[in-house]
Design a protein around this ligand. Structure first.
Ligand code: C5P
Length: 222
C-alpha cells in the first residue's frame, strides 16, 4: 500500500473529540476515540505525505513522523486548523467537534448547593464550513455521523459545507462508529455515492486518500 503516491503533498487531518469546559474540573465531550482520524494520518504518512494531525484529547499514542498539534476545545481546534490551512493540499475533518460550548466558564469549581442548575450553551464555529467557504486549492473531506436519513443528510452537508467528499456513517450499523476497529461508510462525492463494505479504519484511510487523489486529478482536467 505504501505507494508514495502522496509524496510532496500536505495532508491536514483533524481527529478525536473536543472538550468544552464548564469550570476548572468539568467539561462536556462526546464518545469519539480518534481512531479513524489517526488511521488516516498513518495511511497518508505511508503514502509519503507531509502529515499534520490536529487532535482533541484521545488515549492514542502520537504517530512518529506526523506533526501532532494537540488541542482541547472546538475554538482551539478552529485556530489550529486555520493556521495550517494555506499550505494544505488535502484536508480531512474527522474530528467530532462539539457543536456547542457553555456560554460561561466558571473560574472556580462550581458549588453543588442548588437542587437544579441551568446552563446556556452557545454555538461553536463550524470549522469545516469555514474551511469550505475559504477554499483556494484544497480538496476537502468531512465526516457525518447520522442516526437517520443518512444519505440525504450527508449530501446536504456536502453541499452546505462546500466539501469535495463527505463520509457518511450510521451510528447504529454493526461494526461502525465510535471506538470500533472497523467502519461501514458511504463516500459521497459531487457526482456519486460509493457504498463500501466493512473495512478496518486503516483500510478505509487508504481508500479515502485514493478517492481524494482521483478527485484532484479530475478537477485539474476540467
Ligand atoms: O454537521 P455535522 O457536525 O454533522 O458535520 C460533521 C462534519 O463537520 C465533520 O467533518 C466535523 O468534523 C465537522 N464539524 C466542524 N465544526 C463543527 C461541527 C462539525 O468542523 N462545529
Amino acid at each position: 500500500e505504501a505507494s508514495q503516491s502522496l509524496r510532496g503533498k500536505h495532508v491536514l487531518i483533524s481527529a478525536g473529540p473536543t472538550q468544552e469546559a464548564l469550570d476548572p474540573v468539568r467539561y462536556i465531550t462526546n464518545h469519539s476515540s480518534g481512531k479513524q482520524g489517526y488511521a488516516i494520518a498513518r495511511a497518508a504518512l505511508a503514502c509519503g505525505a507531509d502529515v499534520t494531525l490536529v487532535t482533541g484529547p484521545t488515549k492514542l499514542a502520537d504517530i512518529q513522523g506526523v506533526t501532532m498539534i494537540k488541542v482541547t476545545s472546538a475554538c482551539d481546534m478552529f485556530e489550529a486548523m486555520k493556521s495550517q490551512y494555506d499550505w494544505a493540499d488535502y484536508v480531512i475533518m474527522a474530528a467530532a467537534v462539539s457543536d456547542y460550548r457553555p456560554e460561561v466558564v466558571f473560574d472556580q469549581k462550581m458549588k453543588n448547593k442548588d437542587e437544579n442548575i441551568t446552563f446556556r450553551f452557545v454555538k461553536n464555529p463550524d470549522i469545516l464550513e469555514y474551511l469550505g467557504a475559504h477554499k483556494t486549492h484544497q480538496i476537502i473531506c468531512g465526516f457525518a455521523m447520522e442516526t437517520e436519513n443518512l444519505d440525504q443528510n450527508a449530501r446536504h452537508k456536502l453541499e452546505t459545507k462546500n466539501c469535495d467528499m463527505l463520509i457518511a456513517n450510521n451510528l447504529f450499523t454493526k461494526g461502525a462508529g465510535f471506538n470500533t476497529e472497523t467502519n461501514v461508510v458511504t463516500l459521497l462525492t459531487r457526482k456519486e455515492n460509493i457504498h463500501l463494505p466493512k473495512l478496518t479504519k486503516e483500510e478505509l484511510g487508504y481508500k479515502i486518500l485514493e478517492v481524494l487523489q482521483n478527485l484532484e486529478k479530475e478537477q485539474k482536467h476540467v
